[in-house]
Design a protein around this ligand. Structure first.
Ligand SMILES: Nc1ncnc2c1ncn2[C@@H]1O[C@H](COP(=O)(O)OP(=O)(O)OP(=O)(O)O)[C@@H](O)[C@H]1O
Length: 711
């Protein structure tokens, strides 16, 4: 990779401004040299006259001999005259100060404004700034000042300065930092591996920084950081535990130090209780947090695994249950904890509703919940009763702390949870921790769906442990529109290539071989077909694909579908987002109360003092003011199948071709197909389906939950 360089100068000309994004090309008069250079980069509020400091690399211009500067970050240098301070602030340099307040502040304090902000921020009221906004400006100024200090440090150690805001957010509330950026920089200088916790930095960049600071390859805290990072990477693959040989092998490869050194450090970390150990053949290691959760979850499940007084359940009036459904309800009726398992259209929702309504009729307090907002909404529609996301039921607050826990349990006698295949170790632990000892629990789910995104395989482990009653449904009943979908999906999960009919009314097949599945034109052809099909259906189809890359990967399709469904018609925009965009949250954000997988529509782009992208997530409206928060928002026109878990849509267009070879597995296709309620457009090839149907996709995750419950 070319070395990061710094360029300082004044913008003399704007050459190109991306309409729908913040990409800009402009000319800069280089400071102290009689020459001008072309700079490219992301800079929403680029303007002539701004003094900038850009960090990036030199690259050759396309088709020319000249070079230009590709900036990874552009920072306006803090100006000194009143006029330049005004345009600097008007450009949005400090969060909380927009055009109106910038004018008021500069009119009142002139060139002395920045000193006032630094030394006597309380005085800004003299400029006619209200109390609420004053707080925002003071906070914005603190962040801007801190970010500058951190940026200098990151540059020095070769990390893109664009991460400075994330670094500050990660550490600012740490008691040892107490809001002082200089203290943070000193600590990072001492141990740059603290940076591995910052999103977007990770081990390799922190390691590079350490190299620049002269830290030795066999320094203890480098090896410790490598061990911690390796365990973390394994949890990202879904495992809770890592066997010793795997841990040693991965650490050796990552760190390039001797095995003895790694073994010695593992021992030290273990004694200091920085990592958890499970002795056996082989020994296993995990993060202390996950290991504690597993132990506590297993104990709670064991305590709930006994019998309960038999409950009489009544099916809804007019419903004629199948004997298998009667049997399933029977199994559930006298258990404290039970699982209702079944595939699509087998009557899970009908039985869940029967349980919930019978319980309410007998005076029980019922709490319905699901891991995602969409699944909770479906529960609510099916039962006519209130259903919440698990996060909301647990009243989660900043940092993911739940108000509901063993000391303040959920106030309900029967807790019914849907879509439990999505429960990971952490969420399951938090949920069960808050379940009162006398309550009943019904877990409803489809064990053939992909496992949770987070670590653990809670549903599979609860089924495997042998201590929890599992009522299984096996017959498909759905008869209305979309009834072919459960049949097709069930064939796929059983390894049978389904009948592919281009003229099917609810599951039409598009042969991707005919459109040149790997050609660049494939994207356009597929998009046209999805648009046509959406028009027929009367609502936008949700596109799904196994992978991000390639002509039929989510990246290309997402952009192309966005242009088709929400083209640039001059509507307001900020950064990557336009008014009307269909978007997905890609990480839990407890501060904004929005969670990984939540889908919504951009309903406003607010300008002025309080800039924000406003998203309607159906059950609530969220304002994104901070760019760092906006990083977790993405367009959602085409999702990976993994991301679509727990969501259902009237129409789904699923792409799966041989270009997605490595991902083609039964449970992946099955999960994608079962996201469709009424209409499934399958864009695939016979060969791709044959490949997928050969591989079950079930990969055992390394967990000890089943053993712990069973033992
Ligand atoms: N015994 C039955 N007789 C007739 N229809 C039934 C019977 N059981 C369920 N159904 C119907 O089958 C359809 C699917 O049932 P339900 O929605 O309960 O299944 P599900 O397992 O929750 O499906 P999915 O997971 O796909 O949402 C519904 O329309 C339901 O009314």
């Amino acid at each position: 990779m070319p070395e990061m360089q710094t360029l300082i100068g004044q913008v003399t000309r704007l050459i190109f401004s991306g309409k729908a994004d913040s990409f800009r090309i402009f000319e800069v008069q280089i400071k102290g040299a009689n020459k001008r250079e072309i700079v490219t980069g992301e800079w929403q509020r680029a303007r002539v006259g701004a003094n900038i400091e850009a960090a990036g690399t030199w690259e050759k211009r396309k088709g020319k001999d000249e070079i230009q500067f590709k900036a990874r970050s552009i920072l306006e240098i803090v100006p000194t005259s009143a006029d330049s301070i005004l345009s600097w602030l008007e450009g949005g340099a400090v969060k909380g100060i927009g055009k109106v307040s910038a004018k008021k502040l500069v009119a009142c304090f002139g060139a002395g404004l920045l000193e006032i902000l630094d030394q006597h921020p309380e005085r800004i009221v003299e400029a006619g700034i209200g109390k609420k906004q004053r707080e925002k400006i003071i906070e914005g100024w603190k962040i801007a000042s801190a970010t500058r200090i951190i940026m200098q440090f990151l540059r020095e150690v070769g990390i893109g300065p664009e991460r400075s805001n994330a670094v500050w957010r990660q550490f600012k509330d740490h008691p040892a930092i107490a809001g002082q950026p200089a203290v943070l920089v000193a600590r990072l200088r001492n141990n740059p591996y603290r940076l591995i916790r910052v999103r977007g930095i990770g081990f390799s960049l922190a390691d590079q920084a350490a190299g620049k600071l002269g830290i030795r390859a066999d320094a203890d805290y480098r090896v410790d950081a490598g061990i911690e990072h390796t365990l973390q990477t394994r949890t990202e693959d879904g495992h809770v535990w890592t066997p010793e040989p795997t841990l040693l092998g991965l650490c050796k490869e990552l760190l390039g130090v001797s095995q003895e050194k790694i073994v010695a450090r593992i021992q030290v970390m273990q004694e200091a209780q920085q990592i958890a150990t499970e002795l056996g053949a082989p020994n296993r290691f995990a993060s202390v947090r996950l290991s504690r959760m597993e132990i506590s979850l297993a104990a709670k499940i064991r305590s709930l695994s006994g019998p309960a007084p038999k409950k009489t359940m009544r099916f809804p009036a007019g419903f004629v249950p199948d004997p298998t459904q009667i049997e399933a309800l029977n199994q559930i009726s006298d258990r404290k904890l039970a699982i209702l398992a079944g595939g699509p259209g087998m009557g899970k929702t009908t039985l869940l509703k029967t349980c919930a309504q019978s319980a309410v009729a007998s005076g029980m307090r019922v709490a319905l919940c699901a891991p995602t907002g969409r699944a909770a909404k479906r529960m609510n529609e099916a039962t006519g009763m209130e259903a919440k996301t698990i996060h909301r039921l647990l009243e989660m607050k900043r940092g993911g702390l739940a108000e509901r826990n063993r000391d303040n349990p959920i106030e309900a006698d029967w807790i019914i949870v849907d879509e439990v295949s999505m429960l990971d170790m952490e969420l399951a632990w938090k949920l069960f921790d808050a379940i009162p000892a006398r309550a009943r629990v019904l877990l409803v789910g489809d064990p053939d769906q992909l496992p949770s995104v987070g670590p653990g395989q809670v549903l599979a482990d609860l089924i495997a442990c042998g201590k929890v009653t599992v009522a299984r449904l096996s017959k498909i009943f759905r008869q209305q529109a979309g009834s072919g979908i459960p049949v097709m999906a069930t064939q796929v999960i059983q390894g049978v290539v389904p009948n592919l009919d281009p003229d099917s009314s609810d599951c039409p097949f598009v042969d991707a071989e005919c459109i040149g599945e790997e050609s660049e034109e494939a994207t356009a052809v597929v998009v046209r077909r999805i648009v046509q099909e959406s028009e027929k259906l009367g609502s936008r189809m949700q596109a799904l694909a196994p992978m991000r890359n390639g002509p039929l990967g989510t990246l290309k399709l997402n952009q192309a579908l966005r242009e088709a469904f929400n083209p640039d018609a001059g509507q307001p925009h900020r950064g990557r987002f336009r008014l009307g965009d269909w978007v997905i949250q890609t990480r839990n954000n407890y501060d904004l109360d929005v969670y990984n997988g939540d889908l919504g529509t951009v309903v406003a782009i607010e300008e002025g003092d309080e800039q924000a992208v406003v998203v309607d997530f159906e059950d609530r409206v969220v304002r994104y003011e901070d760019n760092e928060d906006l990083r977790d928002l993405d367009h959602a026109y085409c999702l990976t199948i993994h991301k679509s878990q727990g969501g259902q849509f009237p129409g789904v267009a699923m792409v799966a071709t041989t270009a997605h070879f490595v991902m083609l597995k039964r449970n992946l296709l099955y999960t994608g197909m079962t996201r469709a309620e009424k209409h499934l457009l399958l864009i695939s090839t016979k060969r791709a389906l044959q490949i997928a149907c050969k591989k079950s996709g079930i990969e055992k995750r390394d967990t000890l939950l089943a053993q712990r419950i069973g033992g």
